[in-house]
Design a protein around this ligand. Sequence first.
Ligand SMILES: [Zn+2]
Length: 321
Amino acid sequence: VRAGIDLGGTKIQAVVVDDGDSVVGQARRSTPTHGGPEDVVEAIAAALEEAAKTAGARDALTGIGVGSPGHVDSATGTVASARNLPNWIEPFPLGERLASRFGVPVRVGNDVGTAVEAEAALGAGRPFRSFLGLWWGTGVGGGIMVDRHRWLGRGAAGEIGHMVIKLGGAKCTCGRRGCVEAYAGRAAMERRVERAQKGGTKTRLFELMKEHKHDHLTSSVWQHALDEHDGLAERLIERAIQALGAGAASAVNLIDVEAVVIGGGLGMRLGEPGVARIREAMLPHLFVDERPPELRLSELGDLGGAIAAARLAPSSPTPAR
Ligand SMILES: [Zn+2]
């Protein structure tokens, strides 16, 4: 069996899968909001131990794959500039640390890229030779599949969240202005809510966060606010959808893929109705508007990122270092 870790800004999801990519054990932990990379390693290890225990497979583990945010060097397993993780700016040897702890080889890959490849092989991307993965969560990530291979460019292709949709627009988490993520990323939206509330706008978003015992405005908090018809939540989600539509349509104008597959925490939470709204928002911006691309929701769902990560892990036992 192999293990997969989906390392996200909100949660750490671990799965243990068999040779057929079927999940035989799983566990979840909250991502530490304080401390640093060492604390994140502790939380990953705890989730992994629990997932292996539920699978009854602690000793049968042949490898671990990790889908990580930030700048991932997959050759060395080092991760840097993971802005949605606590104090994780300098390169940190995540793969090496987990390999010595579990005594099996570890492969680290980019979280969204890995998930998009898994959709291509096992999920919503299967019918298409080319598609764009649009992952709407804490940030806005992406991946481009061309002829069933992921287009990597010089290593950083697919950053649809940093397509500029408004010159001199809102400040983005990347430090630049006017990116899709500045309007649609959960982290950027949370800061926007803070400012609006300070400016006197009424919203129940932060109350709902406390009532449901979350540290951040998670996708479930946004859903609760939408269910209550919270005005600010509705306006900011609409603004995010318009930003995603403009960004995705611009990308399609450039690369003309057959489909757009929507995933990520908020993408999955808003589900098919959200996909329909993104489709609508794309239409005015499509250059060839008589044949828009198909839009699909990710099929691998909540465990998709972790299952995708497990596919990175070596499946045959090799001696641990
Ligand atoms: Zn940006």
